[in-house]
Design a protein around this ligand. Structure first.
Ligand SMILES: Cc1ncc(COP(=O)(O)O)c(C=O)c1O
Length: 360
């Protein structure tokens, strides 16, 4: 039988944080930056009580959800587009803006989907150097050529946990030529409490050459339902709507995300849990000479350079105790480090006990 010829991509496919060990699914998964507190009880209730109409297509424009987003974040309903995760927003941006031989700049250690979607549409990905695992505005500017179309930044960044402050972000936008699109990914902004930080949406709501992305997969705990959104000028959003798959966000996802936005207390609890737990774990790990970034998101990048054990050794030891972290060697190409997602109190306690056992 003949397999019709398909395009060949020289791309390393995205490997998600592991969720099982062999056939064992009974694991503590601290590898994918998912929500420590799960889903808001109010969301669970509404999904249980509402009669979901699974036989009908969902609202292709996600109007109720977009209305709720515009109320909550005080922004223009017409400038919002929803996606099956912010992942799909990244994909649509690449489809809309890039053709073969265009260039995209991504910081050396940035979220992998930017480079993957850019390469799928044939664009060339240019990496800008980071300084101490932090995005460098001057290194990005150095990489700009006539072919540069987009610069992608996650702020705070996954997997490094570093961030550009408000002044640095404004400087970046100012120094980039006006016709280059800046995509700012606010995926973890809720967790970030530093005074010099400002989310992309607050800074660039009215800029025509910035797209901001947000997700319901992190603090809202809806990773499995796949909902995210993008915010940009009406011109860009209208153009994205032309290429958007018609029913990309399913009905349960739209209902859950709308309800999640209303549960302010859940978000307050999630932020507070994260700050307390992350700082506690960070301090605890320092006793074993494992150092990490300051708390900016729901994960820590653990550095084993001064530790008596290597990242790989600890990764395997934890795995044998059914605790999964994210190796940063695969894909990110960061040596001797592990990314740890902050879990529930129960999960964190098990992680702490396991580390004590490994080191003693
Ligand atoms: C920086 C960043 N952006 C986007 C995403 C993707 O989120 P979503 O689940 O909305 O596709 C992630 C997921 O880990 C992320 O870390």
């Amino acid at each position: 039988m003949t397999v019709p010829k398909f395009k060949k991509f020289r791309i390393q496919a995205y490997k998600p944080g592991k969720s099982n060990i062999g056939k064992n699914k009974n694991v503590i998964k601290l590898s994918a930056n998912e929500s420590a507190l799960g889903v808001s009880p109010k969301v669970k209730k509404v999904l249980k009580n509402k009669s979901l109409i699974l036989s009908k297509y969902p609202d292709s424009k996600a109007q109720v959800l977009r209305k709720e987003i515009s109320n909550k974040f005080n922004c223009d309903f017409n400038k919002i587009i929803c996606g099956a995760g912010s992942d799909e927003i990244i994909q649509m941006i690449c489809q809309l803006y890039l053709k073969a031989s265009d260039e995209v700049i991504v910081p050396q250690y940035s979220f992998l989907m930017y480079r993957i979607y850019a390469q799928i549409v044939g664009a060339k990905v240019i990496f800008s150097k980071e300084k101490n695992f932090k995005v460098s505005v001057s290194e990005i500017i150095k990489k700009v050529t006539k072919k540069t179309k987009i610069v992608f930044i996650a702020n705070p960044n996954n997997p490094t946990g570093t961030y550009l402050n408000k002044i640095e972000l404004l400087e970046l936008r100012k120094k980039l030529k006006k016709n280059i699109l800046l995509v700012l990914d606010d995926a973890y902004f809720e967790y970030m409490k530093n005074k010099d930080y400002q989310p992309g949406l607050d800074l660039f709501k009215n800029k025509d050459n910035v797209i901001v992305m947000r997700t319901f997969s992190k603090i809202y705990g809806l990773a499995s339902l796949r909902v995210g959104w993008g915010y940009a000028s009406r011109k860009i959003i209208n153009a994205m709507n032309v290429i958007k798959p018609p029913f990309n966000v399913n009905q349960p996802a739209q209902i859950a995300a709308t309800e999640a936005l209303k549960d302010k207390n859940f978000i307050i609890r999630a932020v507070s849990h994260n700050i307390i737990a992350a700082n506690k774990i960070k301090k605890f790990l320092e006793k074993f000479d494992i150092f990490s970034n300051e708390v900016t998101a729901n994960f820590l990048l653990l550095n084993f350079d001064k530790c008596k054990f290597s990242a790989n050794y600890v990764f395997k030891k934890l795995q044998s105790k059914r605790i999964i972290l994210r190796s940063t060697e695969d894909g990110y190409n960061i040596k001797n480090k592990l990314r740890l997602t902050i879990g529930s109190n129960k999960e964190n306690a098990k992680f702490i006990t396991a580390i004590k056992v490994i080191f003693n």
